[in-house]
Design a protein around this ligand. Sequence first.
Ligand code: ATP
Ligand code: MG
Length: 413
Amino acid sequence: MEASRLEQQDQPDEGERYQELLALSRVSAAISGLWDLDAVLKVALDNILKIMKGTIGGILLADEQTQTLSYHIHQGLSDRYVEKMRLNLGEGIAGRVAQSGKAILLEDISIDSRVAHPDLVSAEGLKAFICVPIRAKDNVLGVINVASRKAHRFSSKDLHLLHSIGDQLGVAIQQARLYERLRKARERYRKLTRQILVAQEDERKRLARELHDETSQTLSGLTLQLQALVGMVEKSSGDTELIARLKKVQSLAVQVHTEVRRLMTDLRPSLLDTLGLVPAIRQLADTRLRPLNINVSVETIGTERRLDPEAETGLFRVAQGSIGNIIEHSKAKNATIAVEYQDSELVLRITDDGKGFDVSAITDVEESGRGRGLFSMRERVMLLGGTASVESKIGQGTTVWAKVPIVHGEEHG
Ligand SMILES: Nc1ncnc2c1ncn2[C@@H]1O[C@H](COP(=O)(O)OP(=O)(O)OP(=O)(O)O)[C@@H](O)[C@H]1O
Ligand SMILES: [Mg+2]
């Protein structure tokens, strides 16, 4: 008998409707807040069997690509039955329900001519059978089966209730699938970000090394040669105009060399690899903030130790981004950088006493690049399994902090 006919014959009264609502809200409470499809199906089936006072049942889901239905969860059915019961849409009882979106209720499935595998059904000893669609909007996602081996008859009220549960489960399944898609997309994005960051660090290392080995060496030679030339001209001719010009050229060469050194440290300070995070941060603070008359203190709390290179690089980039922001935006006079080594965490805190800003106004990366620094800092720290945040109030300075786990046994240095 199909649901539409049943519904006309046999509408539930007020009391039954109340019981039905109660059962429905129980299922809904049980599955709400579950994001994992397997967990949703398991909890739903447990609750359905409890409500129906049954012990045999299962949930079959449709595969959109193959257009087949198969069991995703079951109770009280043999593995052989579940394994073999793969149905095309339109095939057997479940296939028909999935195709038409209409429920089927049978007093004895073992004698029904529409059954796809009668041998399996009789071997399983199934009799009373109820099958309802799991719907989400106009799509049928699968079916719920509840069966009995006894000559028990499911009522039209059971059917009605199960039908409503099917509709609710449809929404929950769709949500779980969307969540899964979102989770996968986020995972992909994280993987890609990590790879981009690794490639960027490699490229920076390569450039820094090249600048060190080639450009910087050549500039050293050039400065020395110019110095020697100045000495020679001073001794031989005493041409003051020439000496002054040569000295100017030499000082320009020194200036270029200093610039190249600064570029090298910005790209990848060799101190980060040789001595670690704190010396590299100290060097950065000294070379970037002090020349601008910003007082800066770099403090360590706890026992300083080496972390894995990825963590040291990530944290160094956070410090670098924050120092860049202090220089570009803060108008601060004082800054403090604290590196706190706890048992299982490292906390980096960069504070300035500058003009501050409204953190809640930075909600996205703007075309101008505004927001890129802060968001990429957070992303880097998250990739290290940590957390990061920016706290600031207009007129009251800014604090950036990052907390990353220190994995024991993986410490370096
Ligand atoms: N220490 C700070 N003091 C005052 N304002 C700040 C500070 N740090 C960040 N800001 C504000 O937050 C905005 C976003 O910073 P973020 O580092 O994300 O981008 P940006 O510095 O503008 O660009 P980029 O870092 O790509 O060069 C800045 O434009 C600035 O307005
Ligand atoms: Mg910035």
